[in-house]
Design a protein around this ligand. Structure first.
Ligand code: GRF
Length: 205
């Protein structure tokens, strides 16, 4: 399965994919795209000799045009699964239609709680005691697609977002590669009776 990763920032989740799934079990990271030319994620891709593409908003008339160019490039790289790993832009409906049920995202909260930007800050402001990570399919909404994997962590005393993220990153770096492996193995499907629910073949977990 050919995987493309979209990332706007540091790319530690991209690195987890490069280290844990790239070149194994028939999975290859074939492309990394970013909206930010200076994103460190692009350097990680170059170090792994993975093709990179940069699609800054300023170069295009609007998001639809930018996403069409990005989708064309990803298709040209023979992408079969698109992984959003810290990609800070919303994708247009036309982009999602090019990769139906083939775009996933990692989010630093237990969805449906705290979708969107500043998820950890939202959770801290709310005063939760349990934080977590969600890997989900991307649909037309904000972090609203069917949930593939989730893990919670109790942090009753932590009040600082950096400290929470420090605890969540290792979980992200485990769950995202696991989700990619499960999808590559054909172990992930949507429930016929309730397509919001993701069913994972138990023998693959
Ligand atoms: C992660 O916390 C992820 O949950 C969120 O963006 C962050 C990306 O981090 N969507 P990195 O660039 O992979 O280090």
């Amino acid at each position: 399965m050919n995987v493309a990763v979209l990332a706007s920032g540091t790319g530690s989740n991209l690195q987890a994919l490069l280290d844990q799934v790239h070149g194994r079990d028939g999975i290859r990271v074939v492309a990394v795209a970013s909206d930010r030319p200076e994103a460190p994620a692009l350097d990680r891709a170059r170090s792994a000799e993975v093709a990179t593409g940069v699609f800054p908003a300023a170069r295009y008339a609007d998001r639809t045009e930018r996403d069409a160019a990005m989708a064309d490039w990803l298709v040209g790289q023979e992408t079969e699964l698109v992984v959003l790993a810290g990609y800070m832009q919303l994708l247009s409906p036309a982009f999602l239609e090019r990769f139906p049920a083939r775009v996933i995202n990692v989010h630093p909260a237990l969805l449906p709680a705290f979708p969107g930007l500043r998820a950890v800050e939202q959770a801290l402001e709310y005063g939760v005691k349990v934080f977590g990570v969600t890997v989900h399919f991307v649909d037309g909404g904000v972090d609203s697609g069917p949930i593939i994997l989730q893990r919670a962590v109790e942090l009753p005393d932590v009040r600082d977002s950096e400290a929470v993220l420090e605890r969540l990153h290792p979980i992200e770096h485990e769950l995202l590669p696991q989700a990619v492996r499960l999808i590559a193995a054909g172990a992930v499907r949507l429930d016929d009776r309730n397509p919001r629910c993701v069913v994972i073949s138990p023998e693959c977990v």
